[in-house]
Design a protein. Structure first.
Ligand code: ADP
Ligand code: MG
Length: 324
């Protein structure tokens, strides 16, 4: 069982940023309005993630660490209508298989909290403890029991960079959540959770970009909604890193969406190929298949051509109807 968990962990947990991603997504799924992430040494030796979400009941904690344990879907039909970020029930078991994990959690209804220790998939202890409502995960020494995998980690600085990027995307994808990210003793990102996407763009990218944005807001007959901001062509960039888009709160990569955005910009003959965008897509879950890859970065869309056309025209209209 522990060996299988270690193997399974390889699919989901590649580096410290994978752990942060899974645990922050869990915090968001738990309805947290504030999430703090602290790391040391690029997250290799220490990650602490604190949220003010629903907490986990004491009896549910050991179960939550079992492979394929999820509280988020119950039937096969639920899979077709996933609205939570997680649903595979693989993250906690995978993380616990290759790290030393300490969990402190309390539900609002419960008088006391619970502290749980699990290392290399082995339960160490479960005890009552005083705690605020919400959940704290402490994850220490990633791959301490799989040295071969630890060798593939990059320097703490590089790993910190990956987590920084991830936290920025998390903040952009959930303006309703206040995020704080601390690396070493440095606060790298702090958002207010005031719902204003533009404030987060300012926070991350600064004044020049924020002063050159065009607002996008478009609803389609099939219920799809595109909101957010695109950069005026003056702030286009030499690579795709500035193309951010989110589908139902999830950061994804999509050849179709990227191509539609870039083609629309091309008709304005921008100097660089890749525009700055932060776009939120709301799409009916029945028109999506998110169950494609364990890390859920890829999506399948039911109507590819229509999606391309809708995105292309939305961008084109925004670029042509507002003063440049
Ligand atoms: P999934 O997110 O796919 O359900 P995970 O392994 O990430 O699977 O988490 C297992 C379960 O643990 C979740 O379904 C949820 O019930 C519980 N859980 C994990 N993290 C939190 C959290 N921060 N707050 C509340 N519940 C949590
Ligand atoms: Mg999860």
């Amino acid at each position: 069982e522990q060996t299988i968990d270690k193997i399974a962990a390889g699919e989901v947990i590649e580096r410290p940023s994978s752990i942060v991603k899974e645990l922050v997504e869990n915090a968001i799924d738990a309805g947290a309005t504030a999430v703090t992430v602290e790391i040391k040494e690029g997250g290799i030796s220490f990650i602490r993630i604190t949220d003010n979400g629903s907490g986990i009941e004491a009896e549910q904690i050991p179960t939550a660490f079992l492979r394929h344990a999820t509280s988020k879907i119950r039937t096969a039909e639920d899979l077709l209508d996933v609205t939570s970020l997680g649903f595979r029930g693989e993250a906690l078991s995978s993380i616990a298989a290759v790290c030393q994990v300490e969990l402190i959690s309390k539900t609002p209804e419960s008088l006391t909290g619970t502290r749980y220790l699990i290392e290399g998939g082995k339960e160490k202890s479960l005890e009552e403890i005083g705690a605020p409502s919400g959940t704290t995960f402490l994850v220490r020494n990633i791959f301490y029991n799989t040295p071969a995998r630890k060798k593939f980690l990059k320097t703490p600085q590089t790993e910190t960079g990956y987590i920084s990027e991830l936290m920025e995307r998390m903040a952009l994808s959930h303006p309703e959540v206040s995020f704080k990210f601390i690396a070493g003793s440095q606060v790298k990102l702090h958002t207010s959770g005031n719902h204003r996407l533009k404030d987060i763009i300012y926070n991350i990218y600064g004044r020049d970009i924020t002063n050159n944005l065009l607002e996008v807001e478009k609803t389609f007959e099939n219920g799809m909604k595109i909101t957010g901001f695109i950069g005026k062509p003056v702030i286009s960039r030499g690579n795709r890193n500035f193309e951010n888009y989110f589908v139902n709160g999830r950061y994804i990569k999509s050849k179709i969406i990227s191509k539609a955005i870039e083609d629309a910009y091309q008709s304005f003959m921008m100097k660089h190929k890749y525009p700055f965008t932060v776009l939120h897509f709301q799409i009916d879950t029945e028109m999506l298949d998110i169950n494609v890859h364990p890390t859920k970065m890829e999506l399948r869309f039911a109507e590819n051509e229509k999606l391309y056309e809708d995105v292309y025209h939305t961008i084109l209209n925004t670029l042509s109807h507002k003063e440049m």
